[in-house]
Design a protein around this ligand. Sequence first.
Ligand SMILES: [Zn+2]
Length: 130
Amino acid sequence: MNWFRNFMIGRNGIDQLNMGILIFGMVITFIGDILTSSILMLTTYFIFGICIFRMLSTNISSRKKENYKFLEYWNPTRSWLKIKYNMVRGNKIYKYFKCPNCNKILRAPKGKGKIIVTCQQCKTKFTKET
Ligand SMILES: [Zn+2]
């Protein structure tokens, strides 16, 4: 494995964008397999080609810029998905509600009766039944 380590020195490797492309490629492969679509299967070769190109690229500054732009969109999406997941999963423990002023999603433990909630973002105070 030492030759591989030496080979990868100075190359981009796997970053978040590459993982995103890889997962997207897998989803397209899965859909293409179900629909037996040759166009989708050819598209996956192109997608995985991009992934391999980015992984082996020695132009690290450009790859980092691409990854940074990807993260600008992915990070808010990921935290939104995480909140939605927690709203479903943590339903027995926490109650979720929106701040009436800034619409930030807040949570409080259930079964505490009527409480005064202070928004962390805009410091608005309001009462909620938990
Ligand atoms: Zn607020």
